[in-house]
Design a protein around this ligand. Structure first.
Ligand code: 5GP
Ligand code: ZN
Length: 110
Protein backbone atom coordinates (compact mmCIF):
# COMPACT_ATOMS: atom_id res chain seq x y z
CA UNK A 1 0.00 0.00 0.00
CA UNK A 2 1.13 3.51 -0.88
CA UNK A 3 0.93 6.01 1.97
CA UNK A 4 -1.59 8.82 1.32
CA UNK A 5 -3.14 7.08 -1.71
CA UNK A 6 -6.95 7.31 -1.59
CA UNK A 7 -7.56 4.29 -3.85
CA UNK A 8 -5.13 2.14 -1.83
CA UNK A 9 -7.21 3.01 1.25
CA UNK A 10 -10.55 2.47 -0.52
CA UNK A 11 -9.50 -0.83 -2.14
CA UNK A 12 -8.28 -2.17 1.20
CA UNK A 13 -11.63 -1.38 2.82
CA UNK A 14 -10.36 1.48 4.98
CA UNK A 15 -12.89 4.07 3.81
CA UNK A 16 -16.12 2.11 4.27
CA UNK A 17 -16.87 2.22 0.53
CA UNK A 18 -19.60 -0.11 -0.74
CA UNK A 19 -18.12 -2.59 -3.23
CA UNK A 20 -20.18 -4.03 -6.07
CA UNK A 21 -17.50 -6.70 -6.43
CA UNK A 22 -14.34 -7.60 -4.52
CA UNK A 23 -11.79 -10.36 -4.97
CA UNK A 24 -8.12 -10.84 -4.06
CA UNK A 25 -6.95 -8.63 -6.92
CA UNK A 26 -9.44 -5.80 -7.42
CA UNK A 27 -12.55 -3.97 -6.26
CA UNK A 28 -15.43 -2.27 -8.10
CA UNK A 29 -17.35 0.68 -6.67
CA UNK A 30 -19.51 3.57 -7.91
CA UNK A 31 -17.84 6.85 -8.80
CA UNK A 32 -18.70 9.52 -6.21
CA UNK A 33 -19.25 12.09 -9.01
CA UNK A 34 -20.93 10.08 -11.79
CA UNK A 35 -20.72 11.35 -15.38
CA UNK A 36 -23.52 9.02 -16.55
CA UNK A 37 -26.37 6.93 -15.06
CA UNK A 38 -23.83 4.10 -14.58
CA UNK A 39 -20.28 5.13 -13.67
CA UNK A 40 -18.17 2.44 -11.98
CA UNK A 41 -14.49 2.33 -11.15
CA UNK A 42 -12.52 -0.92 -11.46
CA UNK A 43 -9.50 -0.62 -9.18
CA UNK A 44 -6.64 -3.09 -8.57
CA UNK A 45 -5.70 -3.53 -4.91
CA UNK A 46 -2.01 -3.29 -5.79
CA UNK A 47 -0.74 0.26 -6.21
CA UNK A 48 0.18 1.09 -9.81
CA UNK A 49 0.35 4.81 -10.59
CA UNK A 50 -0.97 4.83 -14.17
CA UNK A 51 -0.96 3.05 -17.52
CA UNK A 52 2.54 4.51 -18.01
CA UNK A 53 3.83 2.39 -15.13
CA UNK A 54 2.60 -0.99 -16.39
CA UNK A 55 5.11 -3.74 -17.16
CA UNK A 56 4.79 -7.16 -18.78
CA UNK A 57 4.13 -8.62 -15.33
CA UNK A 58 0.90 -6.58 -15.11
CA UNK A 59 -0.69 -8.23 -18.16
CA UNK A 60 -2.86 -10.44 -15.96
CA UNK A 61 -4.35 -7.68 -13.78
CA UNK A 62 -4.98 -5.52 -16.83
CA UNK A 63 -6.88 -8.35 -18.55
CA UNK A 64 -8.80 -9.02 -15.34
CA UNK A 65 -9.81 -5.34 -15.10
CA UNK A 66 -11.20 -5.36 -18.63
CA UNK A 67 -13.00 -8.69 -18.21
CA UNK A 68 -14.45 -7.41 -14.91
CA UNK A 69 -15.72 -4.28 -16.69
CA UNK A 70 -17.38 -6.54 -19.26
CA UNK A 71 -18.99 -8.59 -16.48
CA UNK A 72 -20.16 -5.46 -14.58
CA UNK A 73 -21.70 -4.04 -17.78
CA UNK A 74 -23.82 -7.18 -18.00
CA UNK A 75 -24.73 -6.95 -14.30
CA UNK A 76 -25.77 -3.28 -14.69
CA UNK A 77 -27.69 -4.19 -17.88
CA UNK A 78 -25.83 -1.72 -20.09
CA UNK A 79 -24.00 -4.27 -22.24
CA UNK A 80 -26.58 -4.20 -25.03
CA UNK A 81 -27.08 -0.40 -25.05
CA UNK A 82 -23.32 0.17 -24.92
CA UNK A 83 -20.73 1.86 -22.73
CA UNK A 84 -17.31 3.46 -22.59
CA UNK A 85 -14.16 2.10 -20.92
CA UNK A 86 -11.72 4.84 -20.05
CA UNK A 87 -8.24 5.18 -18.59
CA UNK A 88 -7.18 8.75 -17.86
CA UNK A 89 -3.37 8.87 -17.96
CA UNK A 90 -1.46 11.50 -15.98
CA UNK A 91 -2.50 15.11 -15.44
CA UNK A 92 -2.85 16.10 -19.09
CA UNK A 93 -5.04 13.05 -19.65
CA UNK A 94 -7.38 14.05 -16.85
CA UNK A 95 -6.06 11.67 -14.20
CA UNK A 96 -6.71 13.03 -10.71
CA UNK A 97 -6.20 9.91 -8.59
CA UNK A 98 -2.76 8.47 -9.27
CA UNK A 99 -3.68 4.84 -8.65
CA UNK A 100 -4.64 2.89 -11.76
CA UNK A 101 -8.39 2.62 -12.39
CA UNK A 102 -10.70 1.83 -15.26
CA UNK A 103 -13.89 3.89 -15.69
CA UNK A 104 -17.00 2.01 -16.89
CA UNK A 105 -19.46 4.63 -18.10
CA UNK A 106 -22.88 4.14 -19.67
CA UNK A 107 -26.61 3.73 -19.17
CA UNK A 108 -27.79 6.74 -21.19
CA UNK A 109 -30.28 4.83 -23.34
CA UNK A 110 -30.83 1.67 -21.38
P1 5GP B 1 -9.52 10.13 -12.71
O1 5GP B 1 -9.86 11.52 -13.15
O2 5GP B 1 -8.31 10.09 -11.80
O3 5GP B 1 -9.42 9.16 -13.85
O4 5GP B 1 -10.79 9.63 -11.91
C1 5GP B 1 -10.89 9.62 -10.53
C2 5GP B 1 -12.36 9.38 -10.23
O5 5GP B 1 -12.47 9.03 -8.87
C3 5GP B 1 -13.24 10.62 -10.44
O6 5GP B 1 -14.24 10.32 -11.41
C4 5GP B 1 -13.83 10.90 -9.06
O7 5GP B 1 -15.17 11.32 -9.11
C5 5GP B 1 -13.66 9.57 -8.34
N1 5GP B 1 -13.46 9.68 -6.91
C6 5GP B 1 -12.58 10.51 -6.28
N2 5GP B 1 -12.63 10.35 -4.95
C7 5GP B 1 -13.57 9.38 -4.73
C8 5GP B 1 -14.07 8.76 -3.55
O8 5GP B 1 -13.67 9.05 -2.42
N3 5GP B 1 -15.02 7.79 -3.70
C9 5GP B 1 -15.48 7.43 -4.93
N4 5GP B 1 -16.43 6.49 -4.95
N5 5GP B 1 -15.03 7.99 -6.07
C10 5GP B 1 -14.09 8.93 -5.96
ZN1 ZN C 1 -2.63 3.43 -4.42
Amino acid sequence: MEKDCLFCKISHGQMGTDFLLENDNLVVFRDINPHAPVHLLIVPKRHIRSINDLTESDNQILAEMIMTARQMAQKEKINASGYKLLFNVEKGGGQVIFHLHLHLIGGWNK
